[in-house]
Structure formats: C-alpha cells, structure tokens
Design a protein around this ligand. Structure first.
Ligand SMILES: Nc1ncnc2c1ncn2[C@@H]1O[C@H](COP(=O)(O)OP(=O)(O)OP(=O)(O)O)[C@@H](O)[C@H]1O
Ligand SMILES: [Mg+2]
Length: 293
C-alpha cells in the first residue's frame, strides 16, 4: 500500500550516511570538548599557582625586609650615638660597639640563610659530597648547642658510639643538625631534656637520626606553619626567643638535597621528635628527593 509520500531519514550535519558515522562523530566531538575543558582547567590551575607563588614571593620579601631592617636600625642607632657623643666613657663606648658587632653578625647570618634558601629554591645549591663520619658531625653540632643547653639546665643525651660513614656535604649536614638541635633547646623549658638517637642497620640504605625534646611541642597545623619559610608558631617561648623562621625549612630542604627526608612528630606540651632519614649514598649531584606527599 502506498500512502503517496516517502519517509526520508533527516540527516544531521555529522551524519554522512556511512554506518556508525553518527556515533563516531559524536565521540570525536565529545573528545575535543573534553580536551578543551581539560585545557581550560589546566590554565586555571596554572593561573592560581602563579598567583600563589607571587603572593608567597611578596610575603617572603615583606618578611625579609622586616628581618633585615631590625638589626640595621640597631647598627645605625648605636653608631650614631657613638658618633654624636664625644664625651662617652670607655665602658659605654665598648658596650655600644658590642651591640653593633652583635647586630652585624646577626645580619650576616640572616643574609647567608636567606641566600641559601633562595639558592635551594632555584635549584642552584650544589653539595660537596664526601665520606663523612656521622658521629663527628653530631658531636660537633652538640658541642655548639651545649653552652645554651647548660645555661637553661637542659640535659643533652647522646650515646657515644661508632656510627657509619655516609656520603654527605659535612658543612651542610652540620647546618641541619645545628638548626634542629638549637630548636630543640630553644623550645624546651628549663630542666627539660634533648636526646639524639641513631638507628643505623647494616642492611638499610638510610640511617635514621632522631632528635627528641621534652619541650612545648606543636599541633599538626603548627607543624605545617613551622615548615614554611618565616613560619613561626606564636607561643610563650617563641614570643621571647630570637628567630626568623628559616632554620627548619632550610634544614628540610638540605636533607632533601642529600636524597633524604625530614619528618616531625609533635604533641603540644609533650615534646617534639624530628626524624632525619639520611641515605648512606647521597645522589651524585645533590639531586633533591621527592617531597613526601
Ligand atoms: N623542637 C621544637 N619544639 C617546638 N616548636 C618548634 C620546634 N622546632 C621548631 N619549632 C617551631 O617552628 C618554628 C620555625 O622553626 P625555625 O627553626 O624555622 O625558626 P626559628 O627557630 O624561630 O628561627 P631561626 O630562623 O633562627 O631558626 C619556630 O619558631 C617554633 O615555633
Ligand atoms: Mg630555628
């Protein structure tokens, strides 16, 4: 039977009549629209990252200027007093000269730390690797913090023992230990204890050095702050203690440059343990290990 008209299949532009053409065109279009969306998302993420980096940079510069200005003002102020007071007695003159010297030393240390931090961030800090007896480095660092610990009646516990020789940059490794140990002493109230313990199993690639204290400790959020450059946790001790908030992130970056990692376990009012995992063989060019997620 004929109805006098024929049903023609209406074709959409993508349909060229080949079997399956509609589906394959649909998939193709879906694919390219997903790609476009992915690119747009990646662009957005890159923009956010750049914004964050620029904000971090501005914050870094603001902090740095503040930290540099304080000792510089002391140097200018005391040198002006020396210059403008012709009849100053010798004791006072020596005292002012001492303040200037102290502020200049502080400034030099600060500038070196800032330079190290930015060199590491730019991937430009090269390690000078050589075989290093670990016990020598730990003992030298302990000797440096011992006077401060004694002053505050803090016991330094360390079992003398022959430790393995590891491949490291001795100056940089000492800097790591001094930073961590001086934090442990600084953030532990009088009468407390700081202990260094080493776990070096013959068959393990890494040597573990733990530095634990019985100090004020930190919450998880505070540990995160502490690991950032210029990050200082606001508490009764840090408010009165000297510091810029660069020692810990620098130590972490130096350990990573050695191919190791630094972990912190801390509890408020109980204390802090900093664990340093150091490879026996550091990567040849001082290539940093991936940061733990
Ligand atoms: N062992 C610790 N116990 C408690 N808080 C700590 C400890 N170590 C670090 N912190 C916290 O982390 C912050 C950052 O430490 P970091 O060593 O970077 O800076 P800092 O000691 O304040 O100054 P500096 O640049 O002179 O080292 C400290 O200000 C402190 O609040
Ligand atoms: Mg410190």
């Amino acid at each position: 039977m004929s109805f006098g008209f024929s049903i023609s299949r209406r074709r959409c532009p993508e349909d060229d009549g080949r079997p399956g053409a509609l589906l394959s065109n649909y998939v193709e279009n879906l694919g390219s629209s997903m790609m476009r969306r992915k690119t747009a998302l990646a662009l957005k993420a890159a923009r956010a990252e750049a914004e964050l980096a620029s904000r971090a940079k501005s914050e870094f510069i603001a902090n740095m200027s503040h930290e540099l200005r304080t000792p510089l003002n002391a140097i200018i102020g005391f040198s002006e007093m020396l210059k403008d007071a012709p009849r100053m007695d010798d004791t006072q003159r020596a005292q002012y000269a001492g303040y200037i010297h102290e502020a200049a030393q502080h400034l030099l240390h600060l500038i070196n730390t800032i330079l190290d931090t930015s060199k590491i961030q730019a991937g430009k800090l090269a390690l000078e690797l050589r075989p290093v007896p670990l016990d020598d480095i730990i003992e030298a660092s302990l000797r440096l913090v011992a006077p401060r610990a004694k002053e505050r009646n803090i016991a330094l516990e360390w079992k003398e023992e022959a430790l393995p020789v590891i491949q490291a940059d001795p100056l940089r490794l000492r800097q790591v230990f001094i930073n961590i140990l001086s934090n442990a002493v600084k953030f532990t109230p009088e009468g407390g204890r700081v202990r260094v313990h080493v776990n070096a199993q013959d068959d393990a690639d890494m040597v573990l050095v733990s530095i634990s204290d019985t100090g004020i400790g930190m919450t998880e959020e505070e540990v995160e702050i502490a690991m950032r450059p210029f990050g200082r946790v606001d508490n009764a001790i840090s408010r009165n203690a000297e510091g810029t908030g660069l020692g810990l992130p620098l130590a972490e970056a130096l350990v990573r440059l050695h191919g190791g990692r630094l972990e912190i376990e801390s509890k408020p009012d109980k204390g802090t343990t900093v664990r340093l995992y150091l490879p026996r063989q550091a990567p040849a060019a001082g290539k940093p290990a991936q940061r733990a997620a």
